[in-house]
Ligand binder design. Sequence first.
Ligand code: PHB
Length: 451
Amino acid sequence: MTVSSRTQVGIVGAGPAGLLLSHLLALRGIDSIVIENRSRAYCEARQRAGLLEAGTVELLRGVGLGSRMDAEGLEHGGIYLQFEGERHHLDFRALTDGRGVTIYAQTEIVKDIIKARLEAGAVIEFEVSDTELAELDADQPVLRYTDSAGARHEVRCDAIAGCDGFHGVCRDSMPAGLVTVAERGYPYSWLGILATVPPSTDELIYARHEDGFALHTMRTPHVSRLYLQVPADEDIERWPDARIWSELQHRLGVPGWDLKEGPITEKAISPMRSFVASPMRYRRLFLAGDAAHIVPPTGAKGLNLALADVTILARALTRLLRDGQAELADAYSDTCLERVWRATHFSWWMTSMLHVDPDADQFGTALQLSQLRYVISSRAAATTLAENYTGYLPLSWLSGPRLVIPVPAGYPRPRWCRGRSARASSADSAPATPVSVSESGALKLRSPPSK
Ligand code: PHB
């Protein structure tokens, strides 16, 4: 027997994207259900990145999800870049308009939102199986799944959000031939550990060493997280704890600084890839987060992108389902992809600049080092890193759906960027910031972009 029901938005996936989407929709009075094939315990324990852009922090705070993050998150105003045996500090606050980042693990965000949703009486179905999407050409597509007790469900939805990750069913449910994919593989992976030892550094350390990249980050004042570049097809069995510490000491070490060691409580190897699927929407099916795009972890953009997607999606769905207007839903994919490609470039750039490519020749290595020296010596280059790292495109939720949203949300257009933008004149988009046309025909900024 199949149990039939209805909801406004069927959300596939209880990762940070799906959970935040259900929370934001609820704030706008839109009901949803979330289904997830893993258990609650698994979702709350899954170790992922934990670095939040300034805009992501403001968003979570602004929607009532910030209290534990504010109490326990670790704020950072910069990073260290290390290469050729020297460590250099980049001061993000001085390089941007005061923006920093916050370390607060993805698992903690997931716990916070699950708690908030369940307290609000929301439906989150864990441990479902055989999820299927049907009738995607209709205005009310259907979501089918089997719940943890074995009952089959059919839920008629006004829209379906595919927040089910890279291996989920939603992207593959889009019509054949609609989705195009742009991707890059990298000839290395990351071995990540969690260790019960206070961080040995005040800011994150990104180290390019001739034997491979290493990163020192953290989770709490008592727990460190560290990563090592390892070969793409590496076997974790080849990395006993003593070898991990010795390699971290070797790659991160600088004279006069000590890396403190402690018990390793988790270790795992993750592959690295860049992947962008477009469009991110087919009629009333919308993809968000890893279901649509993957970035390599250098620079920690994945979680921030996923939360940005669903913020844009929540506005678009509110407009569509509450006000009956489709313009934001129609613009959803383009709006998201603008941010996705900025982060894709930044993550690729950080990755290529800091890792040792096993096939690199002398030319490639010299270019990498030249780029690193440029970043620490040129304010312009350092600013490029800082503004991308802390989050370049603004993210707005608190103002609620507006009548006219520039599509895409758009890049600030500074005075020295001359020439007309083809985008600015297209019917469905508006320039990112107010501009006037000077006598020479160049576009000029009227007011500084708001961040
Ligand atoms: C992390 O804390 O896990 C992290 C931080 C920065 C990165 C990647 C991962 O670039």
